[in-house]
Structure formats: structure tokens, C-alpha cells
Design a protein around this ligand. Structure first.
Ligand code: 5GP
Length: 208
């Protein structure tokens, strides 16, 4: 809970966000448990584009193996709401009803794009819609588990959540699967290597 996320743009004015950045913005979504983290690790290790993952802020507790400032900026509710009130988020949502908050910091995205990087945002389907309002040229990719049954198997196998949270995540997951058709690209995650290669391919095509 220690390191502070970058601050900077405190404006609530939507007009201040650039729509013609030097870099590219990639929005990646997929239900919790679909394997996004593993796929992204593989993508960053193998794809030659200047990809940079945007670090989000969240109020959810840190899981074993997660690193502050790398996996997320882990904030208290008060810290998160202060940044929200100051207009520091490009988008933020309470992903699980009365559960935890997640948000993309404006500063992380704008500075990365200005540096010419390809900034990858991992956000939920609602976050994707909000980001598209600011960056309509973003590339949108949905990682799909193949079926709801497969997703439940993977989520239970991870064993990091209580039954109550798991049930809520599955409800949210179903809504996310329903929204997948709004994405430009849907990639079914059957093998980590193949999925990462497919995403890299999509991005390379977008480069030309
Ligand atoms: P997890 O708790 O498993 O890390 O993430 C849960 C969900 O939150 C995932 O669907 C993930 O894509 C979403 N998420 C993570 N960061 C952000 C963010 O900054 N904004 C939004 N809208 N969703 C996020």
C-alpha cells in the first residue's frame, strides 16, 4: 500500500484528452480467470512492438505473488476516492457491485502515448467503453475462455477467492462474455503461446 501512483492531470474536463497520440492504445478485456495475466506475460516476452502495460489502481487486496506498482497500485478506499474526486482517472469503475474499485490513471496513458509507446490497458468491458469515448481509435481485443463452463473450471482451479466472491465473479463474467461481440477482435485462449501470438499478429497488422 505504499508507493504512490503517478499524479498530474487533475482536470475533470474530457476535452483535454488527446485523440491523436504518437503511440497506440490497446484495450484488452476478458473475464476474470480467463488467463489474461499469463497471456500478457507471454505477449510482452515475444512481441517486438514497443508494448507497455498501463498499471491500474485498485482497492482490491493484494494477492500472493502480486507486486505493488507493477501488478496494480493498491490503494485504500479513501486514497482511491480522493484521486477520483481530483479527476485523475481516465476511467474507473466499481467492478463487482459493492466490491472493489479499479481505475486507469490519465497520466499513465498520456505520458506513455506521447513517448510513442503502445500502451496496453487491461480493463473490464465497462472501462473499455469509457476509454473509447476518449480514444476512439484504440484497438480492442477480447480474450475469451471458449465457454462459460471452461471459465468456471479455471476460476475454481485458481483457488484464490472465497465462494461468495467466486459466485459474483461468475455473474460478472457472464455479462462480460455477452459484451465480447462489441470488440474488434476476439481471441479464444486455448493455449497461452497461441493466444499471445494471435494478439501480436493483430497488433502488427494494425501497425501497417
Ligand atoms: P483482477 O481483480 O482479477 O485483477 O481484475 C478483475 C477485473 O478488473 C478484470 O476484469 C480486469 O480487467 C478489471 N480491471 C483491472 N484494472 C482495471 C481498470 O483500471 N479499469 C477497469 N475498468 N477495469 C480494470
Amino acid at each position: 500500500m505504499n508507493s504512490e501512483p503517478p499524479t498530474g492531470d487533475n482536470s475533470n474536463d474530457r476535452q483535454d484528452t488527446k485523440t491523436d497520440p504518437a503511440g497506440r492504445l490497446i484495450i484488452l478485456s476478458g473475464p476474470s480467470g480467463v488467463g489474461k495475466t499469463t497471456v500478457l506475460k507471454q505477449l510482452f516476452a515475444t512481441c517486438t512492438l514497443p508494448l507497455v502495460e498501463s498499471v491500474s489502481a485498485t482497492t482490491r487486496p493484494q494477492r500472493p505473488g502480486e507486486t505493488e506498482g507493477k501488478s496494480y497500485f493498491f490503494l485504500t478506499d479513501a486514497q482511491f476516492q480522493e484521486r477520483r474526486a481530483n479527476g485523475q482517472f481516465l476511467e474507473c469503475v466499481e467492478v463487482f457491485g459493492r466490491g472493489f474499485w479499479y481505475g486507469t490513471l490519465k497520466q499513465t496513458v498520456t505520458s506513455g502515448l506521447e513517448a510513442g509507446n503502445w500502451i496496453l490497458l487491461e480493463v473490464d468491458v465497462e472501462g473499455c467503453q469509457r476509454v473509447l469515448e476518449f480514444y476512439p481509435d484504440a484497438i480492442t481485443i477480447f480474450i475469451h475462455p471458449g465457454s462459460r463452463e471452461e471459465l468456471e473450471r479455471r476460476l475454481r482451479g485458481r483457488g484464490t477467492e472465497s465462494e461468495e466472491i467466486l459466485t459474483r465473479r461468475l455473474e460478472v463474467a457472464q455479462r462480460e462474455l455477452d459484451a465480447s461481440e462489441n470488440y474488434q477482435h476476439i481471441v479464444v485462449n486455448q493455449s497461452v503461446e497461441q493466444t499471445a501470438a494471435d494478439i501480436c499478429n493483430i497488433l502488427q497488422k494494425a501497425e501497417n
